[in-house]
Design a protein around this ligand. Structure first.
Ligand SMILES: *Cc1c(COP(=O)(O)O)cnc(C)c1O
Length: 496
């Protein structure tokens, strides 16, 4: 198999092996690691369609992580996709009317982040061994709600690793917050930030590129890595389920071999939809990628006009995991759209930092044709939850509802008849207040925790283990920090 190496989107670094890129998380020049070449599918789809999730995961990941031995990678996959997931299928597809929902929330924390964060810890520890690393790894993570808990879950009690999670104190759902601050594990630390997700993410990025601080860290025998989707070790595992979804439709006779389909993806940091784009580059027959935003519709405007402008009001919405104005992974797309022109990428990122906006050129705008952007307002999001439940007796969460709504707008505008898969990123149980309130006003008098029980009655399923009695668990992590004191918190935690 052809060896794949990784380089920074900002161009100033040597190419490195996958294990090294996974360990580093982000490049020293502030750029993101990207494969020097995107590998192509070299097998018939009919053959791939016979594979289970784990086998397919090996097929896809082995093309990217070419410095891992077969044994190493298979062991990571075995440990990741086991009975932590409540279904052997791992990523089941539901047909509802003539729409398909790819349910990516059957992992331990009820959101799609589990798809990659259940394997990242193993990829990371294997990488550390391969690189003969003798330092303790400190995972620094900013979360808009779901990454935090999924990363805590994945890294708890993994030897040689500590994990610190920063979350926006007022920017996550009550259930998301309780999931994190009640988390147990001797190597886990959770800190609330007085600010939003962008503040938390910028803070983490700053720490990552603070050369002096990195030296202090090194002297204390620590090194940083990231569990955010800027880590290539998180992006690649997300490509797998796009294959799985396509092959599921093919196997079930919903599409012919080679027939193109669309995906509608509720988007925040642009990691999930970027994985779909990589799948397309690998040769998976995908036509349109529908990039769905909530009221923080910075990406919608980017897709529409090629202008990225974060100078706008930040809204706290009922789809909080998408409340983001700086989508980190877009940098990887810019790199591809510009034909790997690092100088251009650097210019855009400088403009973003200094002016808060940038505009891409005509050629790049043309290259955006694979995407379609739209958004759902708060009202439209609730309507979508309501409509799908009333019409099909199927309950979706608010993020999935955003994708459903954006897809509907796309279908109406385009008359496109491709089969479409809506990517379901969270269980409705994680956002009970907003979801139940969309079904019936009467639920608005109860709180998130009471509504877990009501939801269980409404859809006649058991409360998921992950959140059962979550309001009664002991609060372990009580630290709240100003956004300009994140480095201080890290120093305190690591005692350096
Ligand atoms: C993280 C998240 C998203 C956004 O995914 P990105 O990869 O950041 O674009 C959407 N929905 C849910 C439920 C999430 O947790």
């Amino acid at each position: 198999m052809e060896k794949i190496y990784y380089k920074s989107t900002r161009g100033s670094q040597d190419t490195i092996e996958a294990s090294k890129a996974i360990l580093k998380g982000i490049a020293e020049d502030g750029g993101l690691f990207v494969p020097c070449k995107i590998p192509k599918i070299d097998e018939e789809l009919s053959v791939l369609s016979e594979m289970g999730y784990k086998e397919l995961a090996y097929f896809v990941m082995s093309k990217f992580f070419t410095d891992f031995t077969e044994e190493e990678l298979k062991e990571c996959i075995e440990k990741a996709y086991d009975d932590k997931f409540d279904t052997k299928e791992i990523a089941p597809m539901k047909k509802v009317g003539d729409t398909f929902f790819l349910e990516l929330y059957h992992g331990p924390t009820l959101a799609f982040k589990d798809m990659a964060l259940s394997i990242l810890p193993y990829l990371l520890t294997t990488s550390a061994k391969k690189q003969k690393l003798d330092k303790e790894i400190v995972i620094l993570t900013a979360t808009s709600g779901d990454t935090g808990k999924a990363a805590l879950e994945g890294f708890t009690n993994i030897e040689g690793i500590k994990i610190i999670v920063f979350f926006p104190q007022k920017g996550v759902s009550e259930i998301q917050k309780m999931q994190m601050i009640t988390h147990q594990g001797i190597n886990t630390y959770v800190v609330g930030i007085e600010g939003n997700f962008d503040d938390a993410q910028s803070g983490v990025k700053e720490i990552f590129t603070d050369k002096e601080f990195l030296r202090v860290l090194e002297n204390n025998n620590y090194m940083f890595s990231s569990a955010n989707s800027i880590n290539i070790g998180r992006l690649v595992p997300q490509i797998v389920y796009y294959f799985y979804a396509y092959l599921n439709l093919y196997k079930n006779g919903e599409i012919k071999e080679g027939e193109k389909i669309n995906f509608s993806v509720p988007t925040g940091n642009f990691g999930n939809i970027l994985a779909a784009y990589y799948a397309k580059q690998m040769g998976l027959p995908i036509d349109k990628l529908i990039c769905a935003s909530n009221d923080n519709k910075v990406l919608y405007e980017f897709m529409d006009r090629g202008i990225y402008d974060k100078n706008r009001e930040f809204y706290t919405t009922i789809s909080p995991s998408m409340d983001i104005l700086i989508s980190s992974n877009l940098e990887r797309l810019l790199y591809l759209l510009s034909n790997e022109d690092s100088a251009k990428v650097i210019e855009f990122m400088e403009d973003l930092k200094n002016k808060g906006s940038y505009e891409i050129d005509e050629n790049m705008k043309k290259a955006l044709k694979d995407f379609y952007g739209n958004f759902a307002s708060e009202e439209e999001t609730k309507q979508a939850v309501n409509e799908v439940f009333k019409e099909f007796d199927y309950l979706i969460d608010t993020h999935t509802a955003v994708a459903y709504s954006a897809n509907k707008k796309y279908k109406e505008a385009s008359k496109d008849t491709n089969k479409t898969v809506i990517v379901s990123t969270a269980s409705p149980y994680k956002f009970t207040y907003a979801v139940m309130g969309s079904i019936d006003q009467k639920y608005s008098k109860s709180d998130d925790f009471e509504l877990v029980k009501e939801m269980s009655k409404l859809i006649d399923t058991e409360e998921p283990k992950a959140i059962k009695d979550i309001d009664k668990r002991e609060i372990i992590h009580k630290t709240v920090s100003r956004k300009d004191e994140m480095k201080l918190q890290v120093e305190k935690i690591l005692n350096i």
